[in-house]
Design a protein around this ligand. Structure first.
Ligand code: PLP
Length: 213
């Protein structure tokens, strides 16, 4: 597939649904591939590591204007300040300590990225995210700290039908008046859109397989 294939697959779905934003997940990809997608006019990208993003995006932002960068991987508290400088949107707010740190730094600097809360819909011990049963209280806690939460994000368990997880995330968002849903990857973004995704995070279907070696 290519960037334009993914864009038309999204547009086909959008005819009947709301607007869906495509985050091109560029983690691990060679920078030439990223530049190729930038040259096609795409500007919304996702990275899962602060260090890796810091190594490539400041240069790319100088070459291409209007880039919007999304953090979609876990954020260590000691990297919060750097992440808040690098990223326009953080999808992985997942614990009270991180919420307090973001609130403190944004009060100090007067700037705060857009925020999504990650929900561990599959209640997997190895996965980050707030448990579904704790999410309403965590949203309230974040709002009390002055944080403006835009939406929720999830990564369904690899071996389960993702639509059930997408539907659960949509339900929690709706009852908390959160308009945005970050869900769906290369293998399931069309199912996520059917459940109300407003941001899909697509990597390998756009850039090709990641080579970790
Ligand atoms: C890597 C990653 C993606 C993209 O995965 P693909 O299967 O390559 O589309 C999406 N979301 C998160 C959180 C990721 O870490």
């Amino acid at each position: 597939m290519s960037l334009s294939d993914i864009q038309s697959a999204i547009e086909n779905k959008e005819a009947t649904l709301g607007s869906v934003h495509l985050i091109a997940v560029s983690k691990v990809q060679p920078v030439e591939r990223v530049i190729d997608v930038l040259k096609q006019g795409h500007r919304v990208f996702g990275e899962n590591k602060v260090q890796e993003a810091a190594g490539k995006w400041p240069d790319l932002r100088e070459q291409f204007s209007g880039v919007e960068l999304h953090l979609i991987g876990p954020l260590q508290t000691n990297k919060t300040r750097q992440a808040m400088q690098l990223f326009d949107v953080i999808h992985t707010l997942d614990r009270p300590k991180l919420a307090r740190t973001i609130a403190r730094i944004s009060t100090e600097t007067g700037a705060c990225p857009r925020l999504f809360i990650q929900v561990n819909t599959g209640e997997e011990p190895q996965k980050a995210g707030i448990l579904p049963a704790d999410t309403d209280a965590f949203i309230t806690e974040c709002r009390a700290l002055g944080l403006q939460i835009e939406g929720l994000m999830c990564i369904p368990p690899a071996d389960e039908e993702p639509s059930l997880h997408f539907a659960l995330l949509a339900k929690i968002a709706a009852r908390n008046n959160l308009p945005e849903l970050s869900m769906g990857m290369s293998s399931d973004f069309e199912r996520a859109i059917a459940q109300g995704a407003t941001y899909v995070r697509v990597g390998s279907a756009i850039f090709g397989e990641r080579n970790y070696s």
